[in-house]
Each structure stands twice: as C-alpha cells, then as structure tokens.
Design a binder for this molecule. Sequence first.
Ligand SMILES: Cc1cc2nc3c(=O)[nH]c(=O)nc-3n(C[C@H](O)[C@H](O)[C@H](O)COP(=O)(O)OP(=O)(O)OC[C@H]3O[C@@H](n4cnc5c(N)ncnc54)[C@H](O)[C@@H]3O)c2cc1C
Length: 416
Amino acid sequence: MKFSGFRVFAEALKGHTGWRPLWRDPDPKQSYDYVIVGGGGHGLATAYYLAKTFGRSRIAVLEKGWLGSGNVGRNTTIIRSNYLLAGNEPFYEFSMKLWEGLEQELNFNAMVSQRGIINLFHTDAQRDAFRRRGNAMILAGAGARLLGREELRATVPFLNFDNARFPIKGGLMQPRAGTARHDGVAWGYARGADRHGVDLIQNCEVTGFRIDRGRVRGLETSRGYIAADKIGVAVAGSSGRVMAMAGKRLPIESHVLQAFVTEGLKPTIPGVITFGAGHFYISQSDKGGLVFGGDIDGYNSYAQRGNLPVVEDVTEGGMALMPMIGRARLLRMWGGVVDMSMDGSPIIDRTHIDGLYFNGGWCYGGFKATPASGYAFAHLLATGSPHEISRAYRFDRFASGYVIDERGAGAQPNLH
Ligand SMILES: Cc1cc2nc3c(=O)[nH]c(=O)nc-3n(C[C@H](O)[C@H](O)[C@H](O)COP(=O)(O)OP(=O)(O)OC[C@H]3O[C@@H](n4cnc5c(N)ncnc54)[C@H](O)[C@@H]3O)c2cc1C
C-alpha cells in the first residue's frame, strides 16, 4: 500500500475502507540470520537498512511490548546536529541528512519539520564556547548562525532577556534542526522493514542468550527459543538488564527522563529553544501543545515514571526562561528510561561474544540519531566492520581513555 495525496482522496470517496495494517503480525520462526532485540527507533531502523540497503534477508525484530512503546514514542522529538567533537559531529550530520530525505525514502509522513533550534547563552564565556561549536558545525557542513541579543529579541520576544541572574546575551542557531513526529518515525521504519520482508514480532521478550564456546547461538524468549546467526541488541534504557543476560557489564546507567505537554495554544514558539543557564528546553507541537523537558531524575531506575523534584526543577527552569509559561495548563507528562553512558556519547560495537552486537548509550539524545544509528548498526551487522561515521563509538574508549566527552562533564550522567 503506497501513500499519496491521490490515495487519501480516493479513500475519502470509498469511506476509507481500503486502508490496510502497516505491517504483518507474524509468529516467530525457529531461526533467523539476523535478530534485532528491541522494537524502538534504533532497532526498527537497523532492520530496515539491513534489508533495504545491505540486501540481507531472514531478519526479525523482537519487541517485548508493542512497537514504539519505549523511548522512541516518549521523547520530545528534537532532531539536530549541533555537536562540537570530531567523533560526534559527522555522525549526527549524517543522521540529519538522512532525516532530510526520510519521508520520501519511507513513503511515510513522519512530520519532519526543520524549524530550527536556538541554544541560548547567558555569559561571555558561554558565547565563546558556542562560537567555537558553531564554527565546528559550519566546517562539518551542518550550518550555524550566532544570533545577537537584539536579533533574538525580534524572533522570541517573550523570553526573559533581562533576568537579573541569567540575562540572555544571544544564541547559537542551527536552522536545519527541528522536530519529527516520534512515533511516526517508528511506524515509518516498521512499515518499511516489513515491506522488505522483516518479521516484526511484538509481545516477545528476550529472557536469555544461548551462548556456546564464545559464540551466540540464539535467544530464549517469552515465545520460545529462536536461533540466530547474528544478534543486535538495541534496547535503550534496558541495555544493562539485557546485556547482563549475556554476561556483559556496560559503562551505562539507566535513569528516568520526563517530558511535559501543555494544553494546545496558538502558535507561539517558532522552533526549539534551549536554556543555557539551566536544564530546560521547549518547542511547540503541531497541535499547539508546548512540549518541554529538563534534567534526568536523580537516581538510577528502570521504572517508566517520573518523580516530583524533577517536575519542580523543570518548571522552575521554564519560569526563569519565559515567565508566560506559568499561565499555561499542563496536560500530560510521562517518563522514559534512558541509557546514560559515562561520557554522554553512544556505543555501536561488537561484543566479546562472537555474533553478538550492541547499540546503546544514547542518553537523552538518541531520537535524532535514529536514522544514522540504524544505518551504522546495520553496516556493522552486515559487514562485520564499523561504518566510518560510527568508528569512534567503541567500548574500548572507556578503557583507553579516548572518551567523547562533548560536555566536558566527566562520568556524571546528570551533567551531560
Ligand atoms: C522524555 C524523553 C525525551 C527525549 N527527548 C529527546 C529529544 O528531544 N531528542 C532526541 O534526540 N532524543 C530524545 N530522547 C532520547 C531518545 O528517545 C532515545 O535515545 C531513543 O529513543 C532510544 O532508542 P530507541 O528508540 O531504540 O529506544 P526505545 O524506543 O526505548 O526502544 C527499545 C525497545 O527495546 C524493548 N526491550 C527492552 N527490553 C527488551 C527485551 N528483554 N526483549 C525485547 N525487547 C525489549 C523496549 O520495550 C523498547 O521498545 C528522549 C527520551 C525521553 C525518555
């Protein structure tokens, strides 16, 4: 079933009786060449590129809940490639380029909207740091603009420019950044993978690995044993738990990150805005809700629910940045479990077990990475060697000391 404007029109005339489910609902087979654990954005994108780009077959995605029930359907939808470090910037820019052609590639409306992101700065030192980052972005082809205070005031006059404690001095803008509909991305990749023959198996929890003489042979699941030649794990916040079943300890902590949405309002926020003096960021959805978030919860957890101190912290940040937000009514909030790595950067690598590969450590920035992560992980699974854009995302950087510490915050997830 191909989507088009003509198709929507024709279906309207037929009372919408011709639409079909976006993917099949197959039972698991006894064996596959490739099994991806985790039906989030990264797992689905990996399966899609494995089949479509690398021409592989006999692929399954195993998801313990429903597709998109994890962080891919819980995030605040921001996509951007405004990084500084060499290990990161080319990867995220590759991802941004894939976003730019994604809807045509998938024939699916993922509501990719390049409405721009502005990172505010509040001190002269911060301006210098942002100028440096902007230059790195320009060199990488990502594009960047440094906005002065008055130029910024003309675009977003409602911000608290003269806050005595955090005066706004300007902002670094990436015009190509923006938002995409988070679960639409999961559905688009799922449909694309299904069309290329991938079995998407929901309600199928992986409960163990069968490993024989250093090689992975298959998976124990809630729907029986499934043999596999190669297994790729992409389970985000559950990374620690799943990899522990294979005897692998990760340099990752799981924390809850919360998101908040207000009632629908008239168009107010032109793009994405991040506060540079506290952890708060905001955009506005196409339905009009203000979508915002901030810090991770202060303790490790696998529970997909938030806590009140962070609610207070995030809303305080919002009030300091744009006091008018105090008039908006909060409609909903939720939590997702994020996989915080010890330098804030991800891992896409093989493991000490033959045939077992890992993708994780996305912290709270993995949504924007979805296309590139899927592409690079599929490359690793298909060819056995890392794609050049993800070469830096190896486990051994934590042993060798070559960490990719974008924020210079060390091994403190709450500061990344
Ligand atoms: C509140 C919030 C806001 C965020 N905002 C942004 C943002 O604005 N921009 C951005 O770039 N990133 C953001 N992120 C981060 C981003 O959502 C994640 O980094 C990314 O979605 C993680 O990859 P994923 O989509 O594959 O994860 P998930 O969607 O979590 O997929 C992992 C899947 O694995 C499944 N699974 C777990 N254990 C098992 C098992 N044993 N067997 C089978 N399946 C299993 C889970 O059910 C889940 O569906 C945010 C995250 C949160 C929580």
